[in-house]
Design a protein around this ligand. Structure first.
Ligand SMILES: NC(=O)c1ccc[n+]([C@@H]2O[C@H](COP(=O)([O-])OP(=O)(O)OC[C@H]3O[C@@H](n4cnc5c(N)ncnc54)[C@H](OP(=O)(O)O)[C@@H]3O)[C@@H](O)[C@H]2O)c1
Length: 232
């Protein structure tokens, strides 16, 4: 049985990853900040009691990451999905109104946590069959694609996680681990809003298809949910 560990699995794209992998017969370690309030995820776990387990994890809290790695120390993890992400609230990402505290937090969640997760779970990933790390980034972190300006903290946090994962892919090359960045599309979630171009089902179906076809040579690449390469 394949195993996936997902961060931010209580809503949006993370929840849909949990749902689709559970339906597909995978064992799902679904982590989220507040399991007590994760009603839809709890329903999923009740539907698949032998497949879906919920764990409490705030990815900005390194102690919690280490604790979860201890709890799961005997488990092989085929696929780690660094999905949890934040977009700075309100007007804080507009020139002249930059909220620097929110920017720091955005970096903690979007940029640093994905690396901390890999550092903590490297043994579980290394001992698995698929040895795959996915970080959900964004086209908004693409410097080549930036025609809209603004979104300083969000864009920089995603551009930064791109280079972090690129370095990681090189460092983990000898271990046979694949580390890939995925852009989910503009998705109708709390973050993407109602005008998003695709549903969570379309986004996650597409990303799972890309993940299922990954080869070792793909490590360090940046793909969109439809399989297209995204320019850095
Ligand atoms: N939607 C889009 O159009 C779009 C486009 C490009 C990239 N993305 C990326 O896709 C990923 C998922 O986004 P989404 O659209 O599903 O967003 P969402 O609906 O706002 O969900 C964000 C998820 O991240 C979790 N999260 C935030 N901070 C966390 C923390 N400190 N610890 C643990 N979990 C935390 C949230 O948990 P809580 O419920 O506890 O807040 C929630 O589960 C993000 O990385 C985002 O940047 C989304």
């Amino acid at each position: 049985m394949r195993t996936v560990l997902i961060t931010g699995a209580n809503r949006g794209i993370g929840l849909e990853f949990a749902r689709q992998y559970a339906m597909d017969g995978w064992r799902v370690f679904a982590s989220c900040r507040n399991p007590a309030a994760a009603d839809t995820l709890s329903h999923l776990a009740a539907q698949y009691p032998d497949r879906v387990t919920i764990y409490s994890l705030n990815v900005a809290n390194h102690q919690q990451i280490e604790q979860l790695a201890q709890t799961l120390s005997n488990q092989a993890i085929d696929l780690l999905i660094n999905n949890a992400g934040v977009y700075p609230p309100g007007q804080g990402d507009i020139f002249g109104k930059t909220d620097y505290a929110a920017w720091t937090h955005t970096f903690e969640v979007n940029t640093m946590a994905p690396l901390r997760m890999v550092e903590a779970f490297i043994q579980q990933i290394s001992s698995s069959q698929l040895k795959t790390i996915i970080t959900v980034t964004s086209k908004m972190g693409s410097i080549a694609d930036n025609r809209g300006g603004g979104s300083y903290s969000y864009r920089s946090s995603k551009a930064a996680v791109n280079i972090v994962m690129k370095s990681l892919s090189i460092d983990l090359n000898a271990s046979g681990i694949i580390a890939v960045l995925l852009h989910p599309g503009w998705v109708r979630t709390d973050m993407g809003g109602p005008n998003g171009l695709i549903s969570v089902e379309q986004s996650v179906t597409g990303m799972r298809h890309v993940i299922s076809r990954l080869k070792f040579e793909d490590s360090g690449k940046f793909y969109a949910f439809d399989g297209q390469v995204v320019p850095w």
